[in-house]
Ligand binder design. Structure first.
Ligand SMILES: [Zn+2]
Length: 247
């Protein structure tokens, strides 16, 4: 699942193509219909970056390919001219290497969507003050668990790290922003930034609904939250919350 950290690894792999003039193809009919390959083909790839949950490939002339991998998208890098199985969305062939993109991502050209992203949780160091400021500028009646997934406020926190960061900070996902202090918000963001960089961390909440909390033994609860009904996971004892707790 491409959470922020694996996206940074994908960007790292794709950097072998930086500086190359790219031959681009879109074998998948849905990707071909977008007309992206034609606009990239023959341009030099200047830069590959991971920003929030997006991979940004900047080509000469200011053409930016934005790839949001969602749950299943994959970039694979192989020797140029290698065998290509099936119909990937995009093949970017450089001098020695080629990158193959599979499994229906969002691919679009343009930097506009990215300009609206909040500060990146995987930046080094992450700008926690700017994130707190964005969260405070949002509608304060929003639940913090919902706000953390809003990429315009903080970029790069997915459902897994939302659940874990809120647990580690002892904050209920159902607390409204105006129920929590700046220190609590900062603590949640700090826990997210640290957990996402940890090599392997034990899960406390995510996908543990019905199991006993590893800290207090209370059963972990789970319930859809926000417009996209992403499942929130929380311990009603460790994350008691100040607002109306949902059970
Ligand atoms: Zn607990």
């Amino acid at each position: 699942m491409p959470e922020g950290d694996s996206l940074h690894r994908a960007a790292e792999r794709l950097r072998v193509l930086e500086g190359d003039v790219i031959a681009a193809e879109a074998p998948h009919p849905r990707a071909a219909a977008l007309g992206l390959a034609e606009r990239i083909d023959g341009r030099r790839l200047e830069r590959v970056e991971a920003v929030g949950k997006n991979l940004l490939l900047t080509f000469e002339g200011g053409v930016v390919l934005r790839s949001h991998l969602r749950m299943r998208g994959r970039w694979h890098v192989q020797r140029a001219g290698g065998r290509i199985v099936g119909k990937p969305w995009l093949v970017l062939r450089g001098h020695r290497w080629e990158a193959v993109q599979r499994n229906g991502p969002v691919l679009e050209l343009g930097a506009l969507a990215v300009a609206r992203l909040g500060p990146d949780i995987m930046a080094d160091p992450p700008d926690l003050d700017a994130m707190v400021a964005r969260l405070r500028a949002a509608e304060q009646g929003r639940e913090i668990g919902d706000a953390l997934l809003d990429q315009r406020l903080v970029a790069g926190i997915g459902n897994l790290w939302r659940a874990e960061a809120l647990f580690l900070a002892g904050v209920s996902p159902w607390d409204r922003l105006d129920d929590v202090s700046d220190e609590q918000i900062r603590c949640v963001l700090d826990e997210a930034a640290r957990a996402m960089r940890a090599p392997r961390s034990r899960r406390f909440a995510y996908r543990r609904a019905g199991l006993p909390c590893r800290r207090c033994g209370t059963r972990i609860l789970s319930r859809p939250q926000g417009n996209h009904a992403r499942l929130a996971y929380w311990c009603p004892t460790c994350q008691r919350g100040t607002g109306a707790a949902k059970a």
